[in-house]
Structures are given as structure tokens and as C-alpha cells.
Design a protein around this ligand. Structure first.
Ligand code: SME
Length: 166
């Protein structure tokens, strides 16, 4: 199977609508959760060119860095700390138009200006977060939230297969 993505120009919604079936095809052809997290990061980074796209997974009482694309990042985040720890604590997607105004924001890169964090909710529990950072202010909105939550739901099917029965 060719693994090349078709990358398009267009509105944000057009870009998601082009990427989604391709990404769903990739994710549904593979049962391993780590492999699927890795390809999700790569596909989104390639289409949108964001600064950082990656996962943190809940391990005990902290988040630990998982698969990502972008500059090196902090490896551990406490519950309730930063945008990621807040999304984990509140079990809600958090959109930050300007990270400099978010109390307690953890600046892994000084280039980051806006951020979206989606919790990975499996059977009512948060098992991690999906974090995306942009160099542009106000780069994320309800359109991103809508499509990224769909991508996370598709990804979590392989969490069920890889881990939930262990
Ligand atoms: N900015 C995040 C930390 C993770 S990095 O952006 C990759 C936060 O405030 O939780």
C-alpha cells in the first residue's frame, strides 16, 4: 500500500475533508495504537504545517510524552498544569488563541503562539491528550475542534484493540 498523502491547498475545512478519509484509511488498516498515534501526527503536520503535533499519555499521576512531530518537548506534565494538564483535569478540549495569556502555560517552544488540546477519553477516563501548537496566533477554532475530535475518536478504536483487553 502506498503511504503517500495527497496534500491540498484550500480552506481549513477543505483540508480536513481531504485528509480525513486518507487518515481514516491509514488508522483502520492498523491495530497498533502507538503506530496510529505516530501516523496521525505525521499526517496532520504534513497537511497543516503546524509547529508541533503530538500525544501525551497518562502514566500514574502525570502525562508522559508520546509520539510527536516537531521540536523536542517537555517529557512530563502534572495534572492541572499547563494546557495539557488542564485538558486532562477537565476532560475537555481547550482552545488557546494566545498561549501568552493562558495562566501556567508550559512553553516547550518559544515559537508557539496558539494551541489546541483534545483529551483522549476512553470509557469515561482520560488516557492522554492530543496537543497541537502553532506559530500563528488564533490558529485554532471550532472547525479544528470538530475535525480533530473525530480523528481522536477514530484513533481510540486502536486503543481498544491494543490495550483495553490487556
Ligand atoms: N504547551 C503545553 C506543553 C506541551 S508542549 O506545547 C509540546 C502545555 O501548556 O501544556
Amino acid at each position: 500500500m502506498a503511504e503517500d498523502l495527497k496534500i491540498i491547498h484550500g480552506t481549513k475545512a477543505e483540508q480536513y475533508l481531504s485528509l480525513l478519509p486518507q487518515l481514516n484509511g491509514l488508522l483502520e488498516g492498523e491495530t497498533d495504537f502507538i503506530a496510529n498515534m505516530a501516523n496521525t501526527c505525521a499526517a496532520l503536520k504534513e497537511q497543516f504545517g503546524w509547529l508541533w503535533v503530538g500525544f501525551y499519555l497518562v502514566k500514574g499521576n502525570e502525562l508522559v510524552l508520546g509520539p510527536f512531530q516537531g521540536p523536542v518537548a517537555c517529557t512530563r506534565i502534572q495534572k492541572g498544569r499547563g494546557v495539557c494538564g488542564t485538558s486532562w483535569q477537565q476532560e475537555k478540549t481547550i482552545l488557546v488563541e494566545d498561549v501568552h495569556t493562558f495562566p501556567g502555560h508550559i512553553a516547550c517552544s518559544s515559537l508557539s503562539c496558539s494551541e489546541i488540546v483534545i483529551p483522549l477519553l476512553y470509557q469515561g477516563h482520560c488516557i492522554g491528550v492530543f496537543d497541537i501548537d502553532s506559530e500563528k496566533r488564533c490558529d485554532f477554532d471550532a472547525t479544528d475542534q470538530h475535525y480533530l475530535e473525530q480523528i481522536v475518536a477514530c484513533l481510540l478504536k486502536s486503543y481498544t484493540i491494543s490495550y483495553a483487553t490487556e
